[in-house]
Design a protein around this ligand. Structure first.
Ligand code: AMP
Length: 190
């Protein structure tokens, strides 16, 4: 099995590119953000707890998302691999992922990182807010917190995966097609 991580700041275009990637490489797309939004929509206890954190632009506890990921690895079999989108977001989650994969004698295949400058993050999120209507895209304060959370807690993963020799970065400022083609060229090498 391949285990790809789709990395990048909020608004980098991870969700958009994930659709093309899963189709071309027969992967199962796992977006922890989308899974959490499903829990909220279904009104589950987990969803209720997650909503306040998501609306504030904070992260949900590591164990919550780690459990979701582990569960899907166990149950989804009919694919060539997984595309993790929005996970891991902390060093602790990355370490947990390594532990979970090691149990099955597996490891992260590669990190595909889509990078855009901070100025573009807000522009992209504003654009998405008008299309998708996500609650956490609507408030300036939440967006600022998400950007801060990304820099403080998630960005250190770049070094983590660079040291492991698994980090590859793509310039995400081009058109959807340009970014997609750059990703495909990269993924064809793994
Ligand atoms: P996303 O759709 O990936 O932008 O995620 C939306 C929100 O869900 C984030 O701002 C977090 O509050 C929460 N979330 C998603 N994935 C994770 C994760 N791996 N760890 C903690 N919180 C997460």
């Amino acid at each position: 099995m391949k285990y790809y991580i789709l990395f990048g700041p909020p608004g980098a275009g991870k969700g958009t590119q994930a659709t093309a990637m899963v189709e071309k490489y027969n992967l199962r797309h796992i977006s922890t953000g989308a899974l959490l939004r499903e829990e909220i929509a279904a009104g589950t206890e987990l969803g209720l707890k997650a909503k306040a954190l998501i609306d504030a632009g904070a992260l949900v506890p590591d164990e919550v998302v780690e459990g979701m990921i582990e569960n899907l690895f166990k149950t989804v079999k009919d694919v060539d691999g997984f595309l993790l989108d929005g996970f891991p977001r902390t060093i602790a989650q990355a370490e947990a992922l390594d532990r979970i994969l090691a149990l099955g004698d597996e490891e992260v295949t590669s990190v595909v990182s889509i990078m855009i400058p901070d100025e573009m993050i807000k522009e992209r999120i504003r654009h998405r807010a008008a299309i998708e209507g996500r609650a956490d895209d609507a408030s300036e304060e939440t967006i600022n917190n998400r950007i801060k959370t990304y820099h403080d807690k998630t960005e250190p993963l770049i070094d983590f995966y660079r040291k492991a020799g698994k980090y590859a970065e793509i310039n995400g400022t081009g058109s959807i097609e340009e970014v997609r083609d750059a990703i495909f060229t990269l993924m064809d090498k793994f």
